[in-house]
Ligand binder design. Structure first.
Ligand code: FES
Ligand code: FES
Length: 212
């Protein structure tokens, strides 16, 4: 028995469903993939339902919340606003594709753990991909720049202080892994300096203060 060609598969799907399907080939988390989907399929649905990578979350489906953010050729994009067809020939990276091949977490993923940058975690994949791309353009952000970097993503658990801290911590981890000073060239290395840079002046996360 000979294997079906893609064209035969698409023709059969059209006959069976009455709907136009397409084959889309792209690099997904470093691996070449072809998905066959109805031509109206969104990139977010192709990733979640056809490639079965559910780390990319869908919140608003209107391009507002950022939960569906993936990297398209390294740039953050809202996958809920893209048709799967537009992925053809591109490189797509989701939160599952960020760790190194040996399993080492991406600096942003490690920073979210270090800074407890999540509560329910629904928004987290979108923040992580967004911040990963941002740090490629600014390796030593200030607190203000960290705030701007995450301004396009919504967290309903309102964990922004810790997410902002995670941006700065991720930048430190990147520097550490590159063999530099975690605090950058402008900072003296001391626990106090590290704490101030990462945490700023925020109080304890649970809002309680130490009994005097
Ligand atoms: S689900 Fe895409 S921006 Fe909200
Ligand atoms: S951690 Fe729950 S929505 Fe952000």
């Amino acid at each position: 028995m000979t294997a079906k060609t893609t064209d035969q598969t698409l023709a059969e799907l059209y006959e069976d469903t009455g709907e136009q399907h397409i084959a889309v080939t792209f690099t997904f988390n470093r691996v070449p993939q072809t998905v066959i989907v109805p031509s109206r399929t969104l990139a977010s649905d192709a990733i979640r339902h056809y490639l079965r990578k559910t780390g990319t979350h869908v919140g608003c489906e209107h391009g507002v919340c950022g939960a569906c953010t993936v990297l398209l050729d390294g740039e953050p994009v809202r996958s809920c606003l893209l048709l799967a067809a537009s992925l053809e020939g591109h490189e797509v990276t989701t939160v599952e594709g960020l760790p190194d091949e040996d399993g080492t977490l991406h600096p942003v993923q490690q920073a979210f753990i270090d800074c407890h940058g999540l509560q329910c975690g629904f928004c987290t994949p979108g923040f992580v991909t967004t911040i990963a791309a941002y740090l490629e353009t600014n390796e030593n952000p200030t607190r203000e720049e960290a705030t701007e970097a995450i301004a396009g993503n919504l967290c309903r658990c309102t964990g922004y202080q810790n997410i902002k801290a995670a941006v700065l911590r991720a930048a430190e981890i990147k520097r550490e892994r590159a063999g530099g000073s975690p605090l950058g060239d402008d900072y003296e290395i001391s626990d106090m300096a590290l704490e101030t840079k990462v945490r700023g002046s925020t109080g304890p996360v649970d809002g309680r203060s130490d009994p005097a």
